[in-house]
Design a protein around this ligand. Structure first.
Ligand code: ZN
Length: 282
């Protein structure tokens, strides 16, 4: 790949940001859990799932549920608690309009009513041992461009179902990229984080920081432009604006402010690409 081609893409991107004249957006997609690979927590309330994430896991189950899955809770493991509604059947009197006569009447109906909540102890997957859980394959039929480049910077790129928090993330400690979408745009964003982590003195700051997010998103948008995924550029610009205070001029300034890092990350990515991968965009 010619560096000029990359410069061109980046310049085109900047002029699109500047003019606000962006290609039409495509909807983002997410990976859904396959039948046969469900977890009990898939049916939990949002509040309970948040409690689970706060406990640092994405799969928590009751003691017996783990036993049924062929795993055992480790000795000394501590449960955390979710709230389950206590319900009971109750006969209630309700008024309704009779569809034949149009008159109001009173009927008795059996309804399930919530009478309160009880705490249910559940254990984290990480605190269990035993049979491995069946794992469905969520990888895309075709890997995105530059997939092999990512393997040079991280130990693993994993695809898994969307659990309602993020489309993807880069974990510097584990050296892995986790994706809950097949959209190349998200893969590019996380790849950019992984490479930025290596080229930046001292690595990335932990957590989400505006400057780091804007670098990753502009790199992703430039790669989308380069490889023909233009429908994501609109999303990229919204993302940048969200970090720059929803103001076009501030957002453009923020992009300019990190352009040196953007170019460095793009250079390193393309440097690491095979001629074949570069060829895709030539
Ligand atoms: Zn990010």
């Amino acid at each position: 790949m010619k560096k000029e081609r990359l410069r061109e893409a980046l310049e085109k991107l900047l002029s699109m940001f500047e003019s606000g004249n962006l290609p039409p957006a495509v909807a983002r997609t997410m990976i859904r859990r396959q039948a046969g690979d469900e977890r009990p927590s898939d049916r939990w309330s949002l509040g309970n799932r948040l409690l689970m994430y706060l406990a640092g896991t994405e799969d928590a189950r009751g003691f017996k549920q783990w036993e049924e899955a062929g795993r055992h809770v480790k000795k000394g493991a501590k449960a955390f608690y979710i709230l389950a509604p206590c319900t009971k059947k109750k006969t209630v009197r309700e008024r309704e309009i009779d569809s034949d006569t149009g008159e109001e009447r009173e009927v008795e109906r059996e309804r399930t009513v919530i009478t309160g909540f009880r705490c249910v102890p559940v254990f984290r997957y990480e605190d269990t041992e035993g049979e491995p859980l069946p794992e469905a394959d969520y990888a895309p039929p075709e890997p995105p461009p530059l997939f092999d480049v990512a393997r040079k910077f991280v130990g693993d790129v994993r695809y898994r179902p969307f659990v309602g928090r993020y489309y993807g993330y880069f974990d510097p400690a584990r050296g892995e990229i986790v994706l809950s979408t097949h959209d190349a745009h998200t893969f590019f964003h996380e790849l950019a984080h992984a490479v930025h982590h290596q080229v930046k003195a001292g690595g990335l700051k932990p957590g989400q920081h505006a400057d780091q997010e804007i670098v990753a998103e502009v790199v992703a948008a430039a790669l989308c432009e380069l490889y023909g995924f233009q429908g994501y550029i609109w999303h990229g610009w919204q993302y940048v604006k969200a970090y720059a205070g929803q103001d076009d001029r501030k957002a453009l300034k923020a992009v300019m402010g990190v352009l040196a890092d953007v170019e460095k990350v793009l250079d390193v990515i393309l440097e690491a690409a095979t001629p074949e991968e570069r060829g895709c965009a030539a």
